[in-house]
Ligand binder design. Structure first.
Ligand SMILES: *Cc1c(COP(=O)(O)O)cnc(C)c1O
Length: 341
């Protein structure tokens, strides 16, 4: 029995075609800016979002943390939702790397609005923390893959501009968001000072994230990347996987969303499921009726049936659909869920 892994969309393995693209990549020393495949990937992504430049990094944590470092000074405050990856899952990097602090807001399913942000921009008094950055996440991982539309982002961007704040996008799953919102990459790019995108989530590359922005910003970001230890050498073999992913694995994301939605529907009919968060993209988060089954027991039962999921809280489970999860696997998963108790 093959294992079905729904813990994250990071579990995908490079396909044969992707490996071939990696194998034949032209490479050079990227610290000297001489890796043609990395240069091609950076140019491709920058142009895709209408930005001047891009920077290839090992992880989305690094691209986010570099952006925070460049946009803030020690002692500054950034504004983000309480569910943000930058706050919850980057090891305290906001303070560790940048000496900055986070003002956490409770958004609607992880989404902030201009009305929510405005009263949290500090006035310019000696005794107040300087607010310098707003960070949005699209899609929102911890809030069940909810997404912003460009219409929702616009007023936030205007507020930031008016108050001299930078606006960063943690777009680890931006292509999942755009698949549902039907907004374009060009339109998205207009509103942010920096954008982080991940190649190793739904797009199926083994590694890699990009930071996008204007030339001056990326120049500073390159320096911070080196300081953070992220300057790589012949990493064009990795960039080739990223280019392959961007050219071949974006339009198919809809399949992942359809499968996640189907699983969500089936879960909501089961007696041991208390509630399922709305399924917007490829993330399904649901709560179990703890008097019937605990999160740990559920995880164990599924694991005995060859299905891996993550416990997201004591009675909360997360499943993420991805490139290596097909219809047959979905049917098997639904069958196991139905017969579990
Ligand atoms: C995965 C993820 C990141 C980056 O994670 P890495 O594992 O460091 O690449 C950033 N933001 C969000 C919302 C994510 O889901």
């Amino acid at each position: 029995m093959n294992t079905i892994d729904l813990r994250s969309d990071t579990v995908t393995k490079p396909s044969k075609a992707m490996l071939e693209a990696m194998f034949s990549a032209e490479v050079g020393d990227d610290v000297f800016n001489e890796d043609p495949t990395i240069i091609e990937l950076e140019k491709f992504c920058a142009e895709l979002f209408g930005k001047e430049a891009a920077l290839f990094c090992p992880s989305g944590t690094m691209t986010n943390q570099i952006a925070i470092k460049v946009h803030t000074q020690p002692g500054d405050e950034l504004v983000c939702d309480v569910n943000s990856h930058i706050y919850n899952y980057e090891g305290g990097g906001i303070s560790f790397n940048s000496g900055a602090q986070a003002k956490l807001l409770q958004g609607n399913e992880g989404r902030l609005t201009a009305q929510l942000i405005e009263p949290n921009i500090n006035l310019d008094f000696d005794w107040l923390t300087r607010t310098s950055l707003v960070s949005l996440e699209n899609t929102v991982n911890r809030a069940g893959g909810s997404y912003y539309t460009v219409e929702q982002i616009k007023p936030i961007a205007e507020l930031c501009k008016k108050n001299n704040l930078k606006l960063h996008l943690d777009g680890a799953r931006i292509f999942n968001a755009l698949e549902e919102s039907k907004d374009s990459t060009q339109e998205t790019g207009k509103y942010f000072d920096s954008i982080s995108i991940c190649l190793s989530k739904g797009l199926g590359a083994p590694i890699g994230s990009l930071l996008l922005g204007e030339k001056e910003f990326i120049k500073k970001a390159r320096k911070v990347r080196k300081i953070f230890g992220g300057g790589m050498r012949q990493a064009g073999i990795l960039a080739a996987a990223g280019l392959y992913a961007l050219k071949n694995n974006v339009t198919r994301l809809k399949e992942d969303h359809d499968r996640a939605k189907k699983i969500g529907q089936e879960l909501s009919k089961l007696s041991y499921v208390e509630s399922v968060l709305p399924v917007y993209t490829n993330i399904v988060i649901f709560n179990l009726r703890s008097e019937i089954i605990t999160g740990a027991a559920f995880e164990k039962k599924l694991s005995d049936n060859g299905i891996k999921v993550s416990a997201f809280g004591k009675h909360t489970i997360r499943m993420v659909t991805h490139l290596d999860f097909d219809d047959a696997m979905m049917e098997r998963t639904i069958g196991v869920l139905k017969g579990l108790i």
